[in-house]
Structure formats: structure tokens, C-alpha cells
Design a protein around this ligand. Structure first.
Ligand code: Q46
Ligand code: ZN
Ligand code: ZN
Length: 314
């Protein structure tokens, strides 16, 4: 197995590119793919200050490292979700990563700073944990980006994530979601720009990137993700990809090229012209008097904390 670029021994094969790469040229490929995604979708301008949503997993640490390599002023924000031992370990890895490099990391802890955690919020709201978790993270990342004067919030969604979400939305023809499933969402009405620079890299590549760069990431998945439909869609796509390399890329980028514009009209009226109010508690943009985050804080106040057992707290 030889590197496509230099013919030296290769360390990784990428079937959808029908090529193998040595360490140096694989790392260069990752940087090039991120730079291309940023340019193709007008995600960032040179010199932009960005806030990276870091979880301690491979994708968010890789995207932080890659953006720094590409010369962006990228800081991190970690939100402690209170999901037992998983959150403890994720927080430790994230802090160690930032400290070793001397990169600024802001840490928000849901329990310490807002009086609840994800398992407790799930119990109180009687909804799946990912619902309260997603809402909390979106709110806190938006808020921190605006307060810190950042140009954009960066997330580590990779090609596998985006293809799986697209698969789910397409199975149900969720027109509104399809209209918004783009690698960049422009800033609007008090919400910052959101960008996904890893859409051209699969999760096998982000994992390899971390290993080759010596990035110590949390390998375990969030215990709350078990049974998640998203994982089933990923498995289904992996089976298709194994039989036909390049299918995921064709599915996702074909959608962006040829199908997404047809759904643009299905987006809710959140574009120009719509005037949102502001939350009377925190001042964030909201269509109601109190935003969903502040309502969650209110509902969970004083609730008996849920203690996780087994995997989550081991
Ligand atoms: S949403 Fe759900 Fe993730 Fe939150 S509860 Fe875990 S699996 S961490 S990206
Ligand atoms: Zn090479
Ligand atoms: Zn609020």
C-alpha cells in the first residue's frame, strides 16, 4: 500500500477517493478538505474569530485543531451536561487538550451554572435526553458566541453525521428540516452564524486524524445515544457505503447541489423581515416572552437530581 502522492508506505486507505496516503499527505488531505469546505460554502473569512463547540470527542477536537492549523483564531466552549462518568471524562480530556496547547477554553456546567443536568431535565420534561441536551447546547453556544463577539459557532459534524441526518429527514420528507440542513447557516436576528467545516471528512478520517496528531479524545459515545434512530441510519448508510464506496458523499453533496434549493421555500419564516422578540429573563431572541432555555431552567429548578448508574457513572 503506497501513498498516492509520494509513493512512500501508506497508513490509511480511503476507498471513496480510491487512494492510500502516508501520514504527511493524509494530514494535508484533511486540511485541504476543510479549507475546501470553508471556501465552497463561504463558511469563514480569513481572520474570523470562531467559537468551537467542543465535547471531548474526536470530531470537535479535530476541527478545533484543523482550524488553528489553517490560521483561524479559534477558541473552545465546553458544556458539562452532567451525564455521569461520561461527562466527567469528556470534560477532563477537553480541558487537558486546551491546556496542553494553551488555547482558550470556556467551560459552562449545566448543574453548577444553571441548576440542572441532562438526565434530570429529561425526567422532568418527559422527553428523550437529546431534546433537553440539544436545546441547552444551542442556547449556550449562541449566547457565548454573541457575548464574546465571535463571528461564528463551529461544530464538528462530519460527513457521516450529516448523511445520517439527511437520510432520516428524507425518509420522512421533513421539508422544513431539509431546508435548513446546510453546512452553513447565516447569522440572523441575534443568532450567530453556524458552520460545519468537517462535512467533507468521514468519521473514520477524523478518528485517524486525531490518532496521527496525538490528540487524546474520548472514544466512548454518550450513553444517552443508545437506541437513537441516528445510529441506525448510520449503520444502514455504512452497509450501503461498504457495497458502493462514495455513496454517502454522493448522497449528501448531491442533495446540497441539486435538491436543497428546491426545499428553500419550506424554511420557516426566519429569514429577513421577521422580527423576533427577546426573552424577558435572559434577553436572547425568542418568539415567546420566555425562551425555551429559561423555561427549562425554571421547570427543573428544585427537581431531585437523577443519579445515573451503570455505564454513565462508571
Ligand atoms: S445530544 Fe443526546 Fe448527544 Fe446530548 S444526550 Fe448525549 S447523545 S450528548 S450529541
Ligand atoms: Zn505521501
Ligand atoms: Zn431566556
Amino acid at each position: 500500500m503506497k501513498c498516492r502522492v509520494c509513493r512512500e508506505p501508506a497508513v490509511i486507505d480511503i476507498r471513496r477517493h480510491n487512494a492510500n496516503f502516508c501520514v504527511e499527505h493524509f494530514l494535508r488531505l484533511c486540511r485541504d478538505q476543510v479549507a475546501k469546505a470553508i471556501e465552497d460554502f463561504h463558511m469563514l473569512e480569513p481572520g474570523d474569530r470562531v467559537l468551537v463547540a467542543v465535547s471531548g470527542g474526536k470530531d470537535s477536537l479535530a476541527v478545533w485543531d484543523l482550524l488553528r492549523e489553517l490560521g483561524y483564531e479559534a477558541d473552545g466552549l465546553y458544556v458539562g451536561l452532567g451525564i455521569g462518568g461520561y461527562s466527567d471524562r469528556s470534560g477532563q480530556r477537553t480541558k487537558a487538550f486546551a491546556e496542553e496547547r494553551g488555547w482558550p477554553l470556556q467551560v459552562i456546567d449545566l448543574r453548577d451554572d444553571h441548576g440542572y443536568d441532562v438526565p434530570t431535565a429529561a425526567k422532568v420534561t418527559k422527553r428523550v435526553p437529546c431534546s433537553a441536551c440539544g436545546l441547552s447546547k444551542r442556547h449556550l453556544f449562541d449566547r457565548a458566541a454573541l457575548d464574546g463577539g465571535y463571528d461564528a459557532v463551529v461544530t464538528g459534524h462530519n460527513l457521516d453525521d450529516e448523511a445520517a441526518v439527511l437520510f432520516g429527514n428524507t425518509l420522512r420528507w421533513e421539508a422544513e428540516y431539509l431546508a435548513r440542513q446546510l453546512p452553513v447557516l447565516p447569522a440572523r436576528h441575534g443568532f450567530p452564524r453556524k458552520v460545519k467545516p468537517l462535512v467533507r471528512l468521514g468519521e473514520r478520517e477524523t478518528a485517524a486524524y486525531c490518532v496521527l496528531r496525538g490528540i487524546d479524545y474520548v472514544v466512548e459515545e454518550c450513553p444517552m445515544a443508545a437506541g437513537n434512530k441516528h445510529l441506525g441510519y448510520k449503520e444502514a448508510l455504512n452497509a450501503i457505503e461498504a457495497a458502493s464506496p462514495g455513496s454517502k458523499h454522493a448522497f449528501y453533496f448531491g442533495f446540497l447541489d441539486r435538491a436543497a434549493p428546491r426545499f428553500a421555500d419550506a424554511a420557516p419564516a426566519s429569514g429577513e423581515g421577521e422580527v423576533l422578540g427577546t426573552c424577558s429573563v435572559c434577553g436572547s431572541p425568542s418568539t415567546n416572552d420566555t425562551c425555551a432555555f429559561c423555561r427549562l431552567v425554571e421547570r427543573t429548578a428544585g427537581a431531585q437530581p437523577v443519579v445515573l448508574t451503570a455505564k454513565g457513572s462508571s
